[in-house]
Design a protein around this ligand. Structure first.
Ligand SMILES: Cc1cc2nc3c(=O)[nH]c(=O)nc-3n(C[C@H](O)[C@H](O)[C@H](O)COP(=O)(O)OP(=O)(O)OC[C@H]3O[C@@H](n4cnc5c(N)ncnc54)[C@H](O)[C@@H]3O)c2cc1C
Length: 369
């Protein structure tokens, strides 16, 4: 059990770090947030300009503070989220060190951790919450001929607005929300094709006049673990009011089966034809950004070893904000607070993921039909 007055160090000053700090205070811990950014607003400042949340304001807040006093059914913008996180950080009585990147975490003889920052500071900690997101670690698949391609290859993490692509031939690779949203936004400016392995699956944004998140909330489907959810939904699906489906069906937004290789000036499509291409924009996701835990031996090929966010390798180490950490909503504004309470309780109680492994599996919730 953590009782010492030494801090629990939270790595990452985004929504996950702030939710961990809030939960830590409630549990009587002394959280200290170390964030690499200039402000504790996470990666939202780096997301593309036109981004609006996929959930309405009423389903987009962290514990203890409503999103804002605006219309709870509107879809907030990226800048609304930044403003919200700024207010949230100011509202909690926690030490937040911005501009502080954690370089490494080492075990300390006798227990606890030494957290090393890139400015050379060394901070003793009874526990560590790894809440450093994934936006800093975009995933780029390597395809045949990649090295020979002289055109532009970018990850969607670096996309901000369509104007720089005006008049270009652009391929957007991916079948998720970012791929479809960005390709749709680019279509009036550039010659765009979505390159995907399979046809895109859609999920309705509104059902019977209510936003999907209303139904996720009332059916509790938002809390389903991955194992149950993947039995219900086989493919990742793009949230859509109908505009994306119509754009693809009408050819306003072209989709083609994924190309098989790069050439010096373009790609080879699945049917063997060659096409010259200016830019390939990969919307192929992210991996957890946890390099600083490598010296500890807490990772398996860069991925955390954990049960529901509690490390299975190190007592006093927990994770927050991982995709599907405990449920569909783990990596969202509306879901991270629930996981924060869970991992902080484990931290405060001195529980390790090893002992969690012996607990009975999560109770099954009724599956909505
Ligand atoms: C394009 C896009 C759209 C999304 N839209 C939605 C949405 O509509 N609704 C929703 O709920 N969720 C959405 N998400 C998912 C998720 O809510 C966000 O990704 C959110 O930013 C995750 O918050 P986080 O705090 O876990 O990570 P981040 O926001 O990435 O914050 C992590 C912070 O840790 C810092 N950091 C990293 N490494 C270190 C280190 N070594 N030392 C110190 N600091 C470090 C980073 O600089 C960053 O500031 C979206 C994600 C993306 C990529």
């Amino acid at each position: 059990m953590i009782t010492s007055s030494e801090p629990v160090v939270i790595v990452g000053g985004g929504q996950s770090g702030l939710a961990a700090a809030h939960a830590g205070l409630s549990a009587g811990l002394r959280p200290v947030v170390l964030g690499a950014g200039v402000e504790p607003v996470g990666s939202w400042v780096g997301y593309y300009d036109s981004l609006t949340l996929f959930s309405p304001a009423r389903y987009s807040s962290l514990p203890g503070m409503a999103f804002d006093e605006g219309d709870p059914d509107r879809y907030p913008t990226r800048d609304d989220v930044v403003a919200y996180l700024r207010r949230y950080a100011a509202s909690i009585d926690v030490e937040i060190r911005t501009g502080t990147r954690v370089a490494a975490v080492h075990p300390r003889p006798g227990g606890g951790y030494l957290v090393h920052t890139d400015s050379g500071d060394e901070i003793g900690a009874t526990g560590v919450v790894a809440a450093s997101g994934s936006f800093g670690n975009p995933y780029l698949p390597v395809l045949p001929g990649h090295d020979t391609y002289a055109g532009e290859v970018r990850h969607v993490a670096h996309y901000r607005r369509p104007e720089p692509y005006t008049g270009k031939r652009v391929l957007v690779v991916g079948a998720g929300n970012s791929a479809v949203q960005v390709a749709y936004e680019l279509a009036p400016h550039a010659r765009v094709t979505l390159a995907t392995r399979a046809p895109i699956q859609f999920m309705p944004q509104r059902i019977r006049g209510r936003d999907l998140h209303h139904w996720l909330h009332v059916t509790r489907a938002d809390l389903l673990p991955r194992s149950v959810l993947t039995r219900l939904i086989r493919h990742a699906a793009v949230l859509d009011t109908g505009v994306y489906r119509d754009a693809i069906a009408s050819g306003v937004l072209a989709r083609q089966e994924m190309f098989t290789a790069f050439t010096a000036d373009g790609v080879i499509w699945a049917d063997g034809t060659h096409e010259a291409v200016d830019t390939v924009l990969f919307a192929t996701g992210y991996r957890p950004n946890l390099d600083y835990l490598a010296p500890l031996g807490a990772l398996d090929d860069g991925m955390p070893r954990h049960v529901s966010g509690v490390s299975t390798t190190h007592r006093g180490l927990v994770y927050l904000g991982l995709e599907f950490q405990r449920s569909f909503s783990s990596n969202t504004l509306r879901g991270v607070g629930r996981d924060a309470a869970h991992v902080v309780a484990a931290l405060a109680g001195g529980v390790s993921g090893r002992s969690l492994r012996r607990l009975p599996p999560m109770r099954r919730l009724p599956i909505p039909r």
